[in-house]
Design a protein around this ligand. Structure first.
Ligand code: PLP
Length: 391
């Protein structure tokens, strides 16, 4: 099974080794493509104790999902975790699993489109109230707290506007009012931000993004407080959003190079942001690590290593942005993010299509707004591609 790592191992060593199961001397975890496991005395006992982390049935857990859970927990500094079939399966299990009819949740106005749909279209059907507040202003979250508020929901960086959340300030509000603090840390990955060390109770990832890193596997993870994870495990069993062993296997391979990929994403995106700021056809550039970003100071504290995400506004509105994207040769016009290849989208026509226009504009997704997930290609090639498309 997995070898014990020295407790002071670095992030890089954990990405490679934490959780990895060296069965029969394999240097990485082999695929255990089995839907079920033979029942033994030990497993019956595990079942009786609640079944979490017991190899019984692959919807609950598998050798491959356990390896990944241990790895992500090591990277996030979490007590425990669970894997899911997608980021949305993770988010919906957290919200539907921890909230009940009569409860209230506060979330950011510009939350990821799928989460927005869940919060505004589904939760109210089950009697769960939602208030949208401005993540940039922790005081607006505090002002939204009601008698029945149970949970504050934040994102490290908002999608697609890349506003930075002051996670530490949110944690002190959550603590003061005795509320759960849940964060979607997809946009920075555990490499870029450590929300548990700042006071978050649960950290969610769409592992489809930076953790998988190669646009080859859809998945989700929730890590954090062991008591909450145990509660969520029971909900996962009921809701059914567990992960297939093959997907978990692919995810583990992706995570093993996270620390090597992230600095290239970050350096490339910073360089492109700096050059785009000088380009005459670009009116606005949003990069949290650039001093021109309104949240620069917060970003330095919350996510000092940066992100590979970048947004900018192309002249000519959404049509101008679409024309620009269609001329790109290396950067693919596609939704999603965090993969080794650069992906670009106009959120208004893709990831945020179903968010009402006024809500989008209010959040800063103005006409011509594009989001670029900067890959690990050569930065000069990326820049030349952008320049030829803008020209
Ligand atoms: C910030 C964020 N959270 C969650 C999700 C949902 O993840 P998935 O597509 O894996 O369900 C996405 C997807 O784009 C996202 O960008």
């Amino acid at each position: 099974m997995s070898d014990k790592l020295p407790p002071n191992s670095s992030f890089a060593t954990k990405t490679v080794h934490a959780g990895t199961q060296h069965i029969e001397g394999a240097v990485n975890t082999p695929i255990f493509q089995s839907t079920t496991y033979k029942l033994t005395e030990e497993r019956y006992a595990g079942w009786a104790a609640g079944a979490q982390h017991t190899m019984l049935y692959a919807r609950l857990s598998s050798v491959n999902s356990e390896a990944v859970v241990q790895k992500i927990c090591a990277l996030e500094g979490a007590e425990d975790g669970e894997l899911f079939a997608s980021g949305m399966a993770a988010i919906s299990t957290v919200l539907m699993g921890l909230l009940s009819s009569g409860d209230h949740v506060v979330a950011n106005t510009d939350v990821y489109g799928g989460t927005y749909g869940l919060m505004t279209g589904e939760l109210p059907r089950f009697g769960i109230e939602v208030t949208m507040a401005d993540m940039r202003e922790p005081s607006s979250y505090e002002a939204s707290i009601q008698e029945n508020t149970k949970l504050l929901y934040i994102e490290t960086l908002s999608n697609p506007c890349l506003k930075v959340c002051d996670v530490e300030a949110m944690a002190s509000i959550a603590k003061k009012h005795n509320l759960l603090l849940v964060i979607d840390n997809t946009f920075t990955s555990p490499w870029g931000c450590s929300p548990i060390s700042m006071g978050c109770d649960l950290v969610i990832h769409s592992t489809t993004k930076y953790l998988g890193g190669h646009s080859q596997v859809v998945g989700g993870a929730v890590v954090g407080r062991a008591d909450l994870i145990a509660e969520l495990f029971a909900k996962k069993v009921h809701f059914g959003g567990g992960v297939d062993p093959h997907s978990a296997f692919l995810l583990e391979q992706g995570i093993r190079t996270l620390h090597a990929r992230m600095p290239i994403h970050v350096n490339n995106s910073f360089e492109l942001a700096t050059r785009l700021l000088e380009h005459e056809k670009i009116s606005d550039v949003f990069h949290p690590s650039h001093p021109t970003h309104p949240d620069y100071e917060v970003a330095k504290r919350i996510m000092p290593k940066g992100t590979g995400m970048l947004a900018f506004v192309v002249e000519g509105g959404d049509e101008g942005a679409m024309n620009f994207m269609r001329k790109l040769k290396i950067i693919f016009e596609a939704t999603s993010l965090g993969g080794v290849e650069s992906l670009i989208e106009v959120p208004a026509t893709s990831s945020h299509m179903f968010v009402p226009e006024d809500v989008r504009h209010e959040a800063g997704v103005i006409p011509g707004f594009v989001r670029l997930s900067v890959g690990i290609e050569d930065v000069e090639d990326l820049w030349n591609d952008i320049v030829q498309a803008l020209d």
